[in-house]
Design a binder for this molecule. Structure first.
Ligand code: BGC
Length: 542
């Protein structure tokens, strides 16, 4: 009897095909799955609106109005949310336009994970440095009394903070790789104000907003209205306009007597933390297990820029380590690939752009074919189509590819070599095809899952009734969504793939009502949204 391994090795190409098909299936989100996720999403929304302490926090923001573009004034804003800290000065011109001066400051790993006081001191130092650099200073007073000489500052703080007022909120948890000590449960505005006061800076933090709320407000300012703000970037989250009457957990809070609407910060990144609905793959489980917040931010870990690269790295490693024969890169890994979070989501974006866009890299930038790519040409005969690129029962010689496909794969090889530290001869055309396949699996799933969150908001706001084939649009007003974040802005086809899934969930009519607009200025500067909120705060305190 032939040894088992020999039988397996003989059937290897078929086994590889089956193995890749299995992985592909794990990442597919069919219509039923999308609908189930959305149904569960709506349940978690309502649990979060009724009770404090739920996985999806559904945080009341105490922002009860939305700008219409006529607001004026000059404000300072500070924005902490990911890689950078931004300090901005914004002049709102009252005609839906604004002028912005901003400075970015890097937030080191040490600041993210050290003592919170060091992080807040650094934030205060950055504001100090910014003000020193600016020749003209903001001039709007906060009101009368001892604070009247202070500059009003709006803080965009892109983490889950349970707000008790517009200028007060307790940090619930850190996300996105932050874990600074002694901040959880503390008032974020208090921590920042202490840091300002210690430095005798005449700056007063008058408002605290999540970036999603900032996105909603700033879109409302520039577009004359918006009812949802969403971030698809390093992290993901959404905010929308809810009826105060639905916020049962507010109990007897005076806001309830006032009624009307209030913006709710959903913190949808924490959806399905118990993972009963999200279809986790082994690649997701590994990511979660090795993260600094296992079992938290489940939804975010499927969707956002902080994690997509890591999921893809996990797929690559499993293909590199495959037995009895490696499937990818001839079994070779590089220091970049071996490093936790060593594959940036930007690589996925570059690979997909190289596949999509003929102009992305001139063919002259492409690396020449490797020996394996060249050798298979003569004996293999006819051309193969793109769907066959991953068929391991067929060899993949350069001459068997359409010219356009060859150029696409060559461009992807160039990117892999440049960003993952391989030598050109380590990366075959087949490897390039596998890389593109894995990137598309991960990003397409992310975009489709993003649609479940947007659909949930549309249904929760009563703009659509029913999900899937039952979906019926209510009224014809647009559902205006102000968005920000690298995925929605720059990732090839992210919005298109999200819209495909939206059509499944809220029907074609519903999908058409969803008007997605960037919540930032043309030069791609972030953090401006904070300022429109500080305007709100200043106006309401006058
Ligand atoms: C945070 C949210 C934030 C989102 C986008 C998430 O990790 O929990 O508060 O809005 O990232 O920045």
């Amino acid at each position: 009897m032939a040894p088992l391994t020999a039988t397996f090795a003989d059937a290897w190409p078929d086994k590889v095909n089956a193995h890749l098909a299995d992985i592909g299936d794990m990442f597919q989100l069919g219509e039923d799955v999308l609908r189930n996720i959305t149904t569960r999403f709506l349940q978690e929304f309502n649990q979060g609106l009724s009770q404090y302490g739920q996985a999806m926090a559904m945080i009341p923001t105490f922002v009860t109005g939305v700008p219409d573009g006529t607001e004026t004034g000059t404000f300072l804003a500070l924005d902490l949310g990911g890689t950078n800290l931004r300090v901005c000065q914004v002049d709102l011109n009252g005609d839906q336009t604004f002028n912005l001066k901003q400075q970015k400051y890097k937030v080191s790993e040490q600041l993210k994970t050290g003592e919170a006081t060091a992080l807040f001191d650094y934030m205060a130092d950055s504001v100090d440095a910014f003000l020193t650099e600016q020749s003209s200073s903001p001039t709007v007073p906060t009101g009368s009394g001892p604070d009247s000489l202070s500059l009003p500052l709006g803080l965009t703080f892109s983490f889950p903070v349970e707000q008790t007022a517009l200028d007060k909120g307790l940090l619930l948890t850190w996300t996105k790789g932050f874990s600074a000590k002694n901040a959880i449960g503390k008032d974020i505005v208090g921590l920042l104000q202490n840091a300002f006061d210690k430095k005798h800076l005449h700056v007063k933090c008058v408002a605290l907003v999540n970036d999603t709320v900032g996105a909603l407000l700033s879109r409302a300012y520039t577009a004359g209205g918006a009812s949802c703000g969403a971030i698809f970037g390093t992290g993901t989250n959404g905010a929308y306009v809810e009826k105060v009457a639905n916020l049962a957990k507010l109990g007897n809070h005076p806001a309830v007597a006032r009624g009307g609407d209030m913006i709710v910060n959903t913190e949808w990144g924490g959806f399905d933390n118990s993972r009963v609905t999200l279809p986790s793959t082994p690649f997701d489980n590994k990511l979660d297990r090795e993260s600094i917040n296992p079992r938290f931010q489940a939804f975010e870990k499927f969707i956002s820029g902080m994690y997509l690269g890591e999921i893809t790295r996990n797929i690559f490693l499993s293909l590199i380590d495959a037995a009895p024969k490696p499937i990818l890169f001839g079994g070779k890994a590089t220091p970049q690939l071996n490093k936790h979070y060593g594959l940036d989501t930007e690589l996925l974006s570059l690979v997909e752009a190289a596949w999509e866009d003929e102009e992305h890299l001139a063919p002259s930038d492409a690396l020449p074919p490797t020996a394996t790519d060249k050798h298979t040409s003569e004996e293999d005969g006819g051309k193969i189509d793109d769907a066959q690129l991953l068929d391991f029962t067929q060899s993949l010689g350069a001459s068997r590819l359409q010219t356009a496909t060859l150029h696409r794969l060559q461009r992807i090889r160039t990117i892999v070599v440049k960003h993952l530290g391989y030598s050109p001869e380590d990366v075959s055309l087949r490897d390039a095809a596998l890389v593109r396949w894995a990137c598309a699996l991960v990003s397409r799933r992310a975009a489709r899952l993003s649609a479940t969150a947007v659909a949930t908001v549309a249904v929760q706001m009563g703009r659509v009734k029913g999900i899937g084939s039952d979906a019926q649009v209510q009224g014809s007003d647009p559902i205006a969504v102000g968005v920000d974040g690298s995925l929605i802005q720059f990732y090839p086809r992210f919005e298109e793939r999200m819209r495909e899934a939206l059509r499944v969930l809220i029907g074609e009519e519903g999908e058409k009502l969803v008007k997605i607009g960037l919540a930032k200025d043309g030069s791609g500067v972030g953090g401006t949204h904070t300022c429109s909120l500080s305007l709100h705060c200043a106006l309401s305190s006058q």
